[in-house]
Design a protein. Structure first.
Ligand code: FMN
Length: 191
């Protein structure tokens, strides 16, 4: 069975471009055939702001329960994030903070997009956050600068270098997701 990977759409605003980039990642993953990839849209999930301890499962309800099941059932993640004011979107932090054990010992890769910097500053911040969640951030990433040049009429430009970067990143993610899936079962996670 291929490792299961959630591709998380981190932006939630009405006019966002995030779903186009996430869809493109999903297509590259589907072509590669080494992962079972699923898109998750934080805008559709509709998590409330965190109001309970992420460690107390009995306190969860509604979207929080669905979120815990999705993350808990995945072997790895691709976070597709824009850069907002040199950081990443608040709904993404909220979604990360909602859980702990469900993230542990799982790999995460990043696809970022934005202006000149391509969202790289947002990803640098995310790297520190995911380590606290005991995840394994991958070195390989996709950075998409000048978003306006990366788009076609109805999707994302399949630019050769970018697709090659995504493929390489997803291959690494598949390796880590498969390896950690086996090892995760050997000792309990800390939360
Ligand atoms: C509130 C806000 C702040 C932004 N700040 C930055 C920034 O600091 N650096 C950058 O490269 N782009 C910045 N941008 C441009 C976004 O990266 C770009 O609009 C991108 O498409 C936003 O993602 P979304 O369309 O999925 O919401 C900002 C956009 C918004 C809406």
């Amino acid at each position: 069975m291929y490792p299961k990977v959630l591709i998380i759409i981190a932006s939630t605003r009405r006019q966002r471009l995030g779903p186009r980039f996430a869809r493109w990642v999903w297509e590259v993953a589907a072509e590669g055939g080494a992962l079972e990839a699923e898109l998750v849209d934080l805008a559709e999930l509709g998590l409330p702001f965190l109001s309970d301890s992420p460690l107390k499962r009995e306190d969860r309800d509604g979207a929080s329960v669905r979120w815990a099941e999705m993350v808990g059932g995945a072997d790895g993640f691709v976070i597709v994030t824009p850069e907002y004011n040199h950081g990443y979107p608040a709904p993404l932090k909220n979604a990360l903070d909602h859980l702990h054990g469900e993230w542990c010992r799982k790999p995460v890769a990043f696809v970022s997009y934005g202006g000149q910097g391509g969202g790289a500053r947002a990803v640098e911040q995310l790297r520190a956050v995911v380590v606290e969640l005991e995840m394994v951030p991958l070195r390989q990433q996709v950075v998409i600068p000048r978003v306006w040049e990366a788009l076609t009429e109805d999707g994302v430009l399949h630019e050769e270098n970018r697709t090659r970067d995504a493929r390489h990143m997803l291959d690494e993610l598949a390796w880590w997701a498969g390896a950690l899936r086996v090892l995760r079962g050997t000792t309990p996670a800390t939360a």
